[in-house]
Design a protein around this ligand. Structure first.
Ligand SMILES: C[S@@+](CC[C@H](N)C(=O)[O-])C[C@H]1O[C@@H](n2cnc3c(N)ncnc32)[C@H](O)[C@@H]1O
Length: 300
C-alpha cells in the first residue's frame, strides 16, 4: 500500500477528496496539517451539529493506493488541474498493511455507566463486575455511550431503577442508536416508544434492540408514533430543538412522571428553564465535561 498526502486549504478539501476518490483511491481521510504545532487551531461543535468553522486552516488529505505508481500518477493528475494552484504534495510513502477491522475495533472499549452497568462492544468480554451489560457496536446512528450526554441519561436511568415498576410506557425522543431505550428496558421498563426523525436511527434502534434481546419491549418509529402520556420521557437532542419541542415533550409527561433532557451546555441552562417554565420546572441534576442533564418531575 502507498499513501499520498496532499496539503491544501479548507476551501479545497472537498474538491481534493472528491478528486482522489474519482481517481480510485482506496480510502481518503482528512487531518489537521498543523496538528501538534503552534499553528494548530481547535474546532468545537455540538454533537450532531456541524462544527462552527468548515475545517482546519491547512488540511492534510491522505489517500491510500495499491501501488506507488498509482499514487504518483494520481498526484500528477491532481496538480495539473486549474483549481489545484494551492495544493501541494507532502509525501508519497509506503504504509504497512494493517488489520483495519482490528484497528477500528480497538478504538471502542467498554464504557462504564455505573460500576454495575456497562456498554460493551460485541467483540469485547464484559468486565467481571458488570451486572447489567448493553451490547452495542458503533454504527450509523448517534449513541455508543462514549458521549457525556448519553452517559448522563443512562446514569439517571440506572440511579432511578427503583421507579421502573412504574415505567409501563417510556418515550425515548431522538433515539439515535436506541441506547437510552435499551438502557431503560434493561432496567425494567416494560414498553418503550423510541422515535427519531432519521429513518436510519429507527433501523439502527430495531437492530440494537434485537441484539440486546428486548425487541418486543421497544417500538422504534418516526416521531408521530409518540402518543399519549408516559411516566418517563427521555430526550437527548440539543438545546435548540429541545426549546422548540418544549410543549410537545411536556405534554407527553404523565402526572407523577419524569422528564430527562440532555444535549444542553452549561451556559444554556437558563434558556431551557425559561422555555419549559410554562409546563414544568427544570433543574440541573448532573454535569459532565461542560454538558448538563436537566430533569423535571410532574406532581402526581
Ligand atoms: C444526540 S443524538 C442522541 C441519540 C441517543 N438518544 C443518545 O442519547 O445517545 C440526537 C438524536 O435526535 C434526533 N433528532 C434531532 N432532532 C429531532 C427531532 N426534532 N425529533 C426527533 N428526533 C430528533 C437525531 O436524528 C439524533 O438521532
Amino acid at each position: 500500500m502507498h499513501e499520498l498526502v496532499l496539503i491544501c486549504g479548507e476551501d479545497d478539501v472537498e474538491t481534493v477528496s472528491d478528486a482522489l476518490m474519482e481517481l480510485d483511491a482506496l480510502a481518503v481521510s482528512v487531518e489537521d496539517a498543523d496538528a501538534d504545532t503552534d499553528a494548530e487551531k481547535a474546532l468545537f461543535g455540538e454533537p450532531g451539529m456541524p462544527a462552527p468553522k468548515g475545517g482546519w486552516q491547512r488540511s492534510a488529505v491522505r489517500a491510500l493506493f495499491p501501488s506507488e505508481a498509482d499514487a504518483t500518477e494520481c498526484a500528477t493528475l491532481i496538480l495539473a488541474q486549474d483549481w489545484a494552484t494551492n495544493v501541494h504534495v507532502q509525501t508519497v510513502q509506503q504504509v504497512p498493511e494493517q488489520d483495519w477491522v482490528r484497528l477500528t475495533q480497538s478504538q471502542f472499549a467498554p464504557v462504564e455507566i455505573t460500576p454495575e452497568f456497562w456498554i460493551v462492544p460485541s467483540w469485547h468480554e464484559a468486565p467481571a463486575q458488570a451486572k447489567k451489560v448493553m451490547r452495542l457496536d458503533p454504527g450509523l446512528a448517534f449513541g455508543t455511550g462514549t458521549h457525556p450526554t448519553t452517559r448522563m441519561c443512562l446514569r439517571w436511568i440506572a440511579k432511578h431503577a427503583d421507579l421502573a415498576p412504574g415505567w409501563d410506557r417510556v418515550l425515548d425522543y431522538g433515539c439515535g442508536s436506541g441506547i437510552l431505550a435499551i438502557g431503560a428496558a434493561l432496567h425494567g421498563a416494560r414498553a418503550i416508544d423510541a422515535v427519531d426523525i432519521d429513518p436510519a436511527a429507527v433501523i439502527s434502534t430495531e437492530a440494537n434492540a434485537s441484539a440486546n434481546k428486548v425487541p418486543s419491549i421497544i417500538k422504534a418509529a418516526l416521531p408521530d408514533a409518540a402518543q399519549g402520556e408516559y411516566p418517563l420521557v427521555l430526550a437527548n437532542i440539543l438545546a435548540t430543538p429541545l426549546r422548540l419541542l418544549a410543549p410537545l415533550l411536556c405534554a407527553h409527561v404523565a402526572a407523577g412522571g419524569h422528564l430527562v433532557l440532555a444535549g444542553i451546555l452549561e451556559r444554556q441552562a437558563d434558556e431551557l428553564k425559561e422555555a419549559y417554565a410554562p409546563w414544568l420546572k427544570l433543574e440541573v441534576s448532573d454535569s459532565e465535561e461542560g454538558w448538563i442533564l436537566m430533569t423535571a418531575h410532574r406532581a402526581a
